[in-house]
Design a protein around this ligand. Sequence first.
Ligand SMILES: Nc1ncnc2c1ncn2[C@@H]1O[C@H](COP(=O)(O)OP(=O)(O)OP(=O)(O)O)[C@@H](O)[C@H]1O
Length: 252
Amino acid sequence: MITLSQVSKSHGERRALDDVTLAIESGCFLAIVGQSGAGKTTLLKAINRLADIDAGQIMVDGEDVSAQPLAALRRRIGYVFQGIGLFPHMSVAENIWLVPRLQGMARAGRAARVAELLALVSLPADFAERYPAQLSGGQAQRVGFARALAAGPSIMLMDEPFGALDPVTRAELGTAYRALHDRLGLTSLLVTHDMSEALLLADRVVVMDEGQVLADMPPRALIRHRGDPRIDAMLDAARGAAAALEALARDA
Ligand SMILES: Nc1ncnc2c1ncn2[C@@H]1O[C@H](COP(=O)(O)OP(=O)(O)OP(=O)(O)O)[C@@H](O)[C@H]1O
């Protein structure tokens, strides 16, 4: 459904994407992990053309994204990011209805569709009339997911969507989104710093460093991976925490 062929992008001297080739099949939940500056955000933004690329080709549904009208591309691709950017002066319903409104959807169906989208992200229907300042961080993030899903996209790009949340809400939302991904048959790309989150939620994990793909494999293969010190360092952090907790439970 999404393919990147030899994609490169530089900011001055700095290569944010360095000859990246990836194929992401329909229905896949792909996590992209890597340290700060690895190129993860640039990769997502290249797919929905928030960033232009210098070389290579990106195809979505068999069409080169650079040849697709932006509006049509963005309708097919939902985008969720950390801190979500809800408009503070708009109600939850108005925030969720933003994209359908821009697409000229009739207001008549708004209430029912907003209620449906709120239900999808497990928020009560009466949240529609609230304002962003009246939401917790987790609730605001759920509204962000509802907004991204409002135009009925088949692809979701998510950039650290759980990054600003407490660990319990983060785990809850991650699991809830995974269920939603499966139920709606979405293709999802999740950028995260958290290797455990990537391993536990995704079907496939791409590890990036300095604009390059270091590894691309299912979680069960990646967790056993040895030999590349850059990947080892990221895996060791996840393994170390799990082992320490297990030891603590054993000694208790
Ligand atoms: N608009 C820009 N102008 C200049 N340099 C940029 C720009 N956007 C990204 N970069 C640089 O490109 C590289 C990759 O950035 P990118 O945001 O894709 O990394 P990332 O892996 O998402 O990092 P983080 O985890 O910190 O969000 C970094 O070195 C960054 O400084």
